[in-house]
Design a protein around this ligand. Structure first.
Ligand SMILES: CC(C)(COP(=O)(O)OP(=O)(O)OC[C@H]1O[C@@H](n2cnc3c(N)ncnc32)[C@H](O)[C@@H]1OP(=O)(O)O)[C@@H](O)C(=O)NCCC(=O)NCCSC(=O)c1cc(O)c2ccccc2c1O
Length: 285
């Protein structure tokens, strides 16, 4: 199924049907998640975020998937493309975003954390507007490729909101403190060339080539060692995620340790109610 213009040699099949997002599997290691509210510039509401959380969790548990392409479906009826324009302002209630049941919880911070800790590579494909929380979503992806027409920016201080987590601190890590303050304090818009110059995106393509480029990058990544990439991602995260980042990285080392005879000896000794014998295992230099 086509979500962005242009051809790719991927055979996308629908993975699961949702209301606000489109979710596909290439069959060769790539998943594609697209916000599908083009008439609202792909703004997200609680339902959109819950569906994305569900899709990302399905991806997480599928050993065959190594790369996720995150994008926005389009164009809208006027021919405008968007990645995502952030929180849906039309459902902001008295105390925040409200879903159909009146729950005032957007869950987008949980989604940001899931994208960051997902043990796979997430590539944002930005075909147009990446504004507000949409800009933060492309920020927390591992890699980001924009089309020539893409527009980036923050609006929080103008619409009475802000993302003082990854949206500001991690932004400053990527683009530097001065630029990050400019982006948030002035709420200007930046084109894809400016985004590339400040390190917000990795590459720019024509919109017709955006998805194909994403697939090329994904296939290049998929040729490499899954364990090496997973631990490198955790290491990049650990550098700025504090103890939670160290926890993520250390979890993977524990997982690797479990597969050694040394760790198995500890488990077996406990189960066999005897003292462990680690004498076969040296203090590796
Ligand atoms: C994105 C735009 C710059 C595009 O401008 P353009 O002129 O091309 O289009 P229109 O403005 O005419 O929009 C077309 C159509 O879409 C509707 N729409 C667009 N964006 C939204 C939106 N975010 N919410 C609801 N609806 C939207 C628009 O109303 C039009 O509908 P019509 O029926 O009138 O045709 C421009 O649209 C724009 O600036 N949009 C708003 C961007 C914005 O302010 N986003 C929200 C920022 S706050 C946020 O995202 C956020 C993020 C987080 O991570 C949070 C985390 C924790 C707590 C809170 C968070 C949070 O609030």
């Amino acid at each position: 199924m086509k979500i962005l213009p242009g051809e790719t040699n991927s055979n996308w099949t629908e993975w699961k049907s949702y209301e606000d997002i489109l979710f596909h599997n290439s069959g060769d290691g790539i998943a594609r998640i697209a916000i599908n509210r083009p008439e609202k510039r792909n703004a997200f509401r609680p339902k959109t975020v819950c569906e994305m959380l569900d899709a990302f969790n399905l991806v997480r548990n599928d050993e065959k998937i190594g790369v996720v392409l995150l994008t926005g479906a389009g164009p809208d009826k006027k021919g405008v493309f968007s990645f995502c324009s952030g929180g849906d302002q039309s459902i902001r209630g008295q105390n925040g975003y409200e879903d159909d049941e009146g729950t005032q919880r957007l869950n987008v911070l949980e989604l940001q954390r899931l994208i960051r800790t997902l043990p796979k590579v997430v590539i944002a494909l930005v075909p147009g507007f990446a504004i507000g929380g949409g800009q933060v979503l492309q920020l927390v992806c591992d890699l980001s490729i924009a089309s020539e027409n893409a527009i980036f920016g923050q609006t929080g201080p103008r619409v009475g909101s802000f993302d003082a987590g990854f949206g500001s601190s991690y932004l400053a890590r990527l683009v530097g403190q001065r630029k990050a303050r400019e982006i948030w304090f002035l709420c200007r818009k930046y084109n894809s060339k400016e985004a590339l110059e400040m390190g917000l995106v990795n590459a720019i393509t024509k919109i017709e080539e955006l998805e194909a480029e994403g697939v090329i990058w994904a296939r290049e990544i998929l040729r490499n060692s899954p364990t090496a990439i997973r631990i490198l991602k955790a290491s990049f995260n650990a550098e700025c995620d504090g103890i939670a980042g160290i926890q993520e990285l250390s979890g993977y080392t524990t997982q690797l340790f479990y597969s050694t005879d040394e760790a198995k000896e500890g488990r077996d000794a406990f189960l066999e109610k005897r003292p462990p014998d680690f004498s076969d295992y040296g203090w590796t230099p």
